[in-house]
Design a protein around this ligand. Structure first.
Ligand code: OGA
Ligand code: NI
Length: 363
């Protein structure tokens, strides 16, 4: 065995030991450690590369959805959504109609779930993708190059109305059912705006089932004693159509834009919206699915809840390709048509930090 094989073996053992605690990163922090374990330390060349990209002082667009029911105002909003989706692939929305109370309760439930006794939390710890409610640290723990400073409770339902509350942890049961209802409704409004912003009929994306699928990734990023050595979430783009994210007031989310990392400043009550790879694909590249990441922070916990709209559950029957109305002689299709289940399998196999859409689905 050569030195690097031995190192690889050691690393695998460390990952297994960490996973076996079923206590996540929060468990490490609670044990009072001052240095982060090696499995979380990013390779030197990656840390060095980061120094080449300054953090920028520009701001992600904030779109006020107030007055959406008035035709004039709606037109303006659609225009703002179009510009943001074509350039950033990200925007924040305020006055979206989900009350502060519903948002706060959701974050609060996730905080309580993570901060309860380890023994109760462990009941949900699993890597079994068939389970609808899964708690674990790093879904890609054994395949990613470096582990991230984050624990996640995943809640997947095909439809917010089908949320079976019995399966949900008691601490976040009521809040999740309530939030799911609201975010599901808002998702449809958003998909309508995006459809218009593409120059399509308002219900065209909805009719393609783009507002279907409802998976909540509820992230808990504990305070980190050495934040400069690790990340909360590695650089990635989201695979679905759109992501609706709510974050608490602890910074961390950054977007890679014009070769710089731009902070997405927390705005109380706002939601962060981003275009996913599938919307980039069906829009034939008109809308951008942008890379983003979460940096670790000496302060914590950062809590965020991402709702992914990723298409219908009968994934082995649906195909997605560039929308006919959006292709022409000057605009030939740049992506292939994909079977949704095939697409999802490839995403899972690819790992977060990969140029997944371009590598697999470019014409
Ligand atoms: C994600 C994501 C950002 C955050 O879950 O895909 O990018 O702030 N989350 O947690
Ligand atoms: Ni993401």
């Amino acid at each position: 065995m050569n030195a690097s094989d031995a190192e690889e073996d050691d690393r695998m053992q460390d990952l297994k030991d960490f996973d076996k605690t079923e206590a996540g990163v929060k468990g490490l922090v609670d044990s009072g450690l001052q240095k982060i374990p090696k499995i979380f330390v990013r390779p030197a060349e990656e840390l060095a590369e980061d120094l080449n990209h300054k953090s920028a002082q520009i701001e992600v667009p904030v779109i006020d959805l107030g007055g959406l029911e008035k035709a004039d105002r709606r037109k303006q909003i659609v225009e703002e959504v179009r510009t943001a989706s074509e350039t950033w692939g990200f925007f924040q929305v305020v006055n979206h109609g989900i009350s502060l109370n519903v948002l706060d309760e959701m974050l609060d439930g996730i905080q309580k779930f993570n901060e309860q006794g380890v023994e109760d939390k462990k009941k949900y710890y699993t890597r079994d993708r068939m389970r609808k409610v899964r708690f674990n640290s790093n879904y890609d723990l054994f395949t990613s190059r470096t582990a991230s400073w984050r624990d996640t409770l995943n809640i997947s339902y095909s439809d917010p109305d089908q949320t079976d509350s019995e399966e949900l942890p008691a601490f976040c049961r009521k809040s999740t059912v309530e939030y799911s209802k609201h975010v599901g409704k808002f998702g449809k409004i958003l998909i309508g705006l995006l459809s218009e912003a593409l120059g399509l009929k308002p219900d065209q994306l909805e009719n393609m089932d783009c507002s279907k699928g409802h998976r909540l990734a509820c992230h808990y990023y504990p305070e980190c004693p050495e934040p400069e050595l690790t990340l909360g979430t590695a650089k990635h783009s989201d695979p679905g159509f759109i992501t609706i994210l709510q974050q608490n007031q602890i910074n961390g989310l950054q977007i890679f834009f014009q070769n710089q990392w731009v902070d997405v400043q927390p705005i109380r009550g706002a939601l962060v919206i981003n275009i996913g790879d599938l919307l980039q694909l069906v829009s034939n590249g008109k809308f951008r699915s942008n890379k983003h990441r979460v940096v670790a922070n000496r302060l914590g916990p950062r809590i965020s809840v991402a709702c992914f709209l990723s298409g219908p559950i009968d994934m082995d029957k649906v195909f997605y390709g560039p929308i006919e109305e959006l292709i022409s002689e000057e605009n030939p299709p740049i992506y292939k048509e994909v079977l949704l289940s095939d697409y999802v399998m490839k995403f899972i196999a690819a790992g977060l930090d990969e140029n997944f859409l371009v590598n697999y689905f470019k014409v």
